[in-house]
Design a protein around this ligand. Structure first.
Ligand SMILES: NC(=O)c1ccc[n+]([C@@H]2O[C@H](COP(=O)([O-])OP(=O)(O)OC[C@H]3O[C@@H](n4cnc5c(N)ncnc54)[C@H](OP(=O)(O)O)[C@@H]3O)[C@@H](O)[C@H]2O)c1
Length: 319
């Protein structure tokens, strides 16, 4: 296997690339800068907007892991994903794992962060390249950001912009990496624990309450962590593991957007926050999961929430 990871210095692509190298695979990473790749990853530089650079990055590649960067302009995303699909077809990629970086609502929305990824899914699946689509919920690692870790350390408050009663199967980047490798290497028959469906590829890949749903050319897997918890259950897990009282507070979305605007700029922050606004209004089931069914489909063990909490350097993260 000669594996290309797109976005290999990113939070998600980096975790996947690192784990692939640790598992003994030959890995190259496509980024614009080529800097900061995990050890053992061969750099390939190029912009996803540049078709010839993307084609060159795929030379000799047999498998690919794709997560798109934080870009939500539909025409730009279309260029990126068509360049990826055309290059994957040209070199005869045997399997591509596409990480949508969020779950997909079962109905179309006006949220670009969802709909551009839904469109990207359809381009890959329609290209004919064997595609396994992995759809994660929110990441546990988001809780390591200073704007979460700070109030956690100093106020005993776990403040996050999701409703307190929302069931969430928080996933770690480490478990994303484990799941991605399984999605890359296991047979589709093993991955498809759910009965085949004939869901139209251009339509939403409906979870149907199942872990996997076969489309004519692809397979979609909703990912998640070992436990599905509400905000207060998550805070309770922190309280028990850290040995001090922690309570959950659903962060005000305007406040969240103001903070994110400083980091990402108004346009990108607005697009990210629009996913949280949609979830607050319509997404009660979006982040749910049957972890046992996922573990069976991928033949993996997900990390217990308490083990993930215990492993993070919370005091350091709060600084
Ligand atoms: N579900 C969640 O909880 C969650 C959390 C965070 C993010 N997300 C989503 O995840 C996606 C971003 O993933 P991430 O956080 O891993 O991204 P990230 O940390 O910003 O990394 C982006 C990666 O892509 C590369 N890249 C950026 N633009 C590129 C281009 N035009 N051509 C080639 N490479 C490019 C970057 O390297 P260079 O800069 O060197 O090119 C980097 O390796 C977004 O869709 C975001 O909304 C979801």
């Amino acid at each position: 296997m000669n594996i290309l990871v797109i976005g290999a210095t990113g939070a998600q692509g980096g975790a996947v690339a690192r784990r692939l190298v640790d598992s003994g695979h030959t890995v190259r990473g496509l980024t614009r800068s080529g800097a900061g790749l995990p050890p053992g990853v061969t750099p390939v530089t190029g912009d996803l907007a540049d078709a010839s650079a993307v084609r060159a990055a795929f030379d000799g590649v047999t498998h690919a892991c794709v997560v798109l960067p934080m870009v939500f302009e539909p025409s730009v995303v279309e260029t990126y994903i068509r360049n990826i699909a055309e290059a994957a077809v040209a070199v005869g990629v045997r399997r591509l794992v596409y990480n949508t970086a969020n779950r997909m609502p079962s109905v179309p929305t006006s949220v670009a962060a969802f709909e551009t990824r839904r469109f990207a899914t359809s381009v890959l699946v329609e290209s004919g390249v064997e595609t396994v689509v992995v759809r994660p919920p929110v990441y546990l690692d988001n809780l390591c950001a200073p704007w979460v870790a700070g109030p956690l350390a100093h106020e005993g408050v776990l403040r996050y912009p999701l409703p307190a009663d929302l069931p969430v199967s928080w996933l770690s980047h480490a478990d994303l990496a484990t799941a991605t490798i399984a999605a890359l290497t296991r047979s589709t028959a093993d991955l498809a624990v759910a009965p085949p469906t004939t869901a139209a590829v251009a339509a939403p890949l409906s979870p149907d309450g199942l872990v996997g749903a076969l489309t004519p050319e692809g397979l979609a897997l909703d990912l998640g962590g070992a436990e599905v918890v509400t905000g207060s259950e998550l805070a309770a897990a922190f309280s028990v593991t850290l040995g001090r009282p922690i309570r959950y507070v659903a962060q005000d979305l305007d406040e969240f957007e103001a903070g994110l605007t400083h980091a990402l700029g108004a346009t990108t922050a607005g697009e990210v926050v629009s996913t949280y606004r949609w979830i607050a209004e319509h997404g009660h089931d979006l982040y749910d999961l049957d972890p046992a069914a996922l573990e069976k489909a991928l033949a993996i063990s997900l990390t217990p929430l308490s083990a993930w909490i215990a492993a993070q350097p919370w005091t350091e993260l709060a600084r």
